[in-house]
Design a protein around this ligand. Structure first.
Ligand code: GLN
Length: 264
């Protein structure tokens, strides 16, 4: 078994130049940092519209968020790649899909103008944007997940509804999540995580990043491939700060709603 120095992973970053709203490319930066700090090389390939791409040749797959116009730009190209991506995820490819990318990994996204963008059906879900005049889900988010508490922020108009039996990524402690009503956030299938959380997500949520990397290493080099622990002091202090702000901030939202009720 090669030690950290001999291991190498390949990351495919879908539409890195287009689907990068709120700096979601920070997820690729965090994965590269957490690999190189362990002596593991990470090759990152940006996959653009029309590029040749075989998901089976990669160890990790990520896609970031984008406003409706960016989603319209990439939707047809992504749909064409749907069968190969679904097959790779069914085979266990560790994947992270954020916000606009997450929406298009569902069955469809009905955008703010009522246009229907087909998704690739990784997650059993549909997203519908109620129209530009409706309130967006904007703010800090705190989730309970299988990786402990996860922090981030959301900014989306679309409301996502999971099919019966579709597992969420987490449940909302503070914030809106998929639709602001059923307490679900994101979706999970095999080793694929979909979420609305920007931040970007991975720098402040190392447990999620290391789930993706540990899974990729084991698939590439066998169960004996170890992900050495990293000093997480900086990440944990950032998480704690974000968690405190979110809990306090959500209280402010609650107080605002109560004041509204009292004024009626
Ligand atoms: N355009 C989508 C929405 O408004 C996704 C936004 C995003 O990726 N931040 O819901």
């Amino acid at each position: 078994m090669p030690d950290g120095d001999g291991m190498r992973l390949r990351l495919a970053h879908l539409y890195a130049d287009v689907m990068n709203v709120y700096g979601d490319r920070g997820n690729a930066i965090a994965l590269r940092y957490r690999c190189e700090a362990r002596g593991i090389a990470l090759d990152v390939d940006g996959i653009g519209i029309g590029d040749t791409f075989d998901p089976g040749e990669y160890d990790l797959l990520i896609i970031g968020g984008g406003e409706d116009r960016e989603q319209r730009r990439i939707a047809d190209d992504l749909v064409g790649r749907g069968p190969a991506i679904r097959s790779a995820i069914e085979d266990g490819l560790p994947t992270l899909a954020v916000c606009g990318g997450f929406q298009l990994f569902g069955e469809r996204y009905v955008d703010a103008d009522g246009g229907v963008l087909p998704g690739i059906g990784v997650f059993g879900m549909e997203t519908r944007h109620p129209g530009e005049g409706e309130e967006r889900a904007i703010g800090n988010v705190l989730l309970q997940t299988g990786y402990g508490e996860v922090v981030g922020f959301e900014n989306h108009g679309g409301r996502t509804w999971l099919d019966d039996g579709q597992e969420p990524f987490g449940t909302v402690i503070a914030g809106r999540g998929n639709n602001g009503k059923d307490g679900s956030e994101g979706a999970r299938v095999a080793n694929a995580i979909g979420t609305y959380l920007h931040g970007s997500l991975l720098p402040k949520n190392p447990a999620v990043a290391d789930f993706l990397l540990g899974t990729a290493l084991a698939r590439r080099y066998g169960e004996g491939a170890r992900l050495e622990p990293l000093d997480g002091a900086l990440e944990e202090s950032a998480r704690a700060a974000a968690s405190t702000i979110t809990r306090r901030g959500d209280g402010e939202g609650l107080r605002r709603r109560l004041r509204g009720l009292l004024r009626r």
